[in-house]
Design a protein around this ligand. Structure first.
Ligand code: UT7
Length: 323
């Protein structure tokens, strides 16, 4: 059978760092409140004219270098984003063009903060069925463009960034000791549409709109869905949570991540936390966090990882991956 294995990973944060103190100069907030309620200390904002595809390309180039592959071998480009360069074409085709990739399959996936989990699942399905051989999967966002800086309950929480992975289909034994994607789980509940949304859009208002969130409801559902998705994906592979070396959760709020770790009975040293360093970057947050933990040497070949995320819709998902 075929498995999708990760050949390389890379990430990118824009040059401009914005500290809590800097935000507090124009927003009615404080470094103390943001740290205490969210764990966030800083975020990065894309420069004027720097688009989601620019961030995606920067992360992709690092992933390609890390994988040591010929870019021309990539026949699938997936970009998980809710902040595309343009309404269409897909940001994935802009990435394809900027990287000079040959003709292949390229499209965007819109599942907000769960976008990378959705994209990994779609890429895995296409790889293991032989439809494509090598995938570039990216989570990239410029959420700074859809923030209402008059709303302190949301504008302090998000930042811009990108993370990318190269996956390839390889022959494997079919056992849980294989490297690569072992299981995926996805879910969505449209009844929760109004808790986290953007108040504009092509068809509804012909505008872009800004992010609106019922923070407390999102918090409550996030802890539940993130935990359930992790449990589901581990059970699908016939493994136990105790087998997991690292949980790489969506990076939205330190308190959410701690609550999920507690529910899954995983101690803090088995949970990767980077939200302090870049705030919530939506679809980019899982590959950003994973890249940090790989590059600092925490994660090594053979480790069992659970990646899980939850976002607007609500949408959620998890991937069980042996590194
Ligand atoms: O990827 C999924 C997307 N989003 C999330 O996962 C976010 C989920 N939600 C959260 O992380 C939290 O609900 C928040 C961080 C958004 C809010 O934390 P909270 O502990 O639930 O605070 P709260 O909404 O209950 O607000 C507490 C107080 C309020 O004041 P009063 O009404 O108690 O006087 C807010 O007005 O904190 C106030 N507040 C702030 N104060 C200073 C809200 N935002 C700020 C702020 N600075 N930035």
């Amino acid at each position: 059978m075929l498995r999708s294995i990760v050949l390389g990973i890379g990430s990118y944060l824009p040059a401009r760092m914005v500290t809590n103190d800097e935000l507090a100069q124009t927003v009615d907030t404080s470094d103390e409140w943001i740290r205490e309620r969210t764990g966030i200390t800083r975020r990065y904002f894309a420069a004027e004219g720097e688009t989601t595809s620019d961030l995606a390309v920067a992360a992709a180039m690092r992933a390609i270098e890390d994988a040591g592959i010929e870019p021309a071998s990539i026949d699938l480009v997936l970009v998980a984003t809710s902040t595309p360069d343009n309404t269409f074409p897909a940001t994935a085709t802009a990435v394809q063009r900027k990287l000079g990739l040959p003709v292949g399959v390229a499209f965007d996936i819109q599942a907000v903060c769960a976008g990378f989990a959705y994209a990994l699942s779609v890429a895995d399905a296409m790889l293991v069925t032989g439809r494509v051989r090598r995938a570039l999967v990216i989570g990239a966002e410029t959420f700074s463009r859809i923030l209402d800086f008059g709303d302190r309950s949301t504008c302090v929480l998000f930042g811009d960034g990108a993370g990318a992975m190269i996956l390839s289909a390889v022959e494997a034994s079919g056992r849980v000791t294989d490297r690569g994607v072992l299981a995926t789980a996805l879910g969505a509940d449209g009844r929760q549409y109004d808790h986290l949304y953007v108040d504009g859009g092509v068809s509804a208002t012909r505008t872009v709109g800004v992010l609106r969130m019922n923070g407390r409801e999102v918090f409550r559902h996030a802890v539940q869905r993130l935990s359930e998705a992790a449990i589901e994906v581990v059970a699908k592979a016939g493994l136990r949570l105790a087998d997991v070396d690292y949980l790489i959760p969506h990076q939205a709020n330190r308190r959410i991540i701690e609550a999920v770790g507690k529910r899954l009975d995983l101690s803090a040293d088995h949970v990767v936390m980077t939200v302090d360093q870049h705030a919530n970057t939506s679809a980019a947050s899982i590959p950003l966090a994973l890249d940090v933990a790989v590059k600092d040497g925490r994660i090594s070949q053979g480790d069992l990882l659970v990646l899980n995320a939850m976002g607007g819709g609500f949408t959620w998902g998890a991937t069980l991956l042996r590194w």
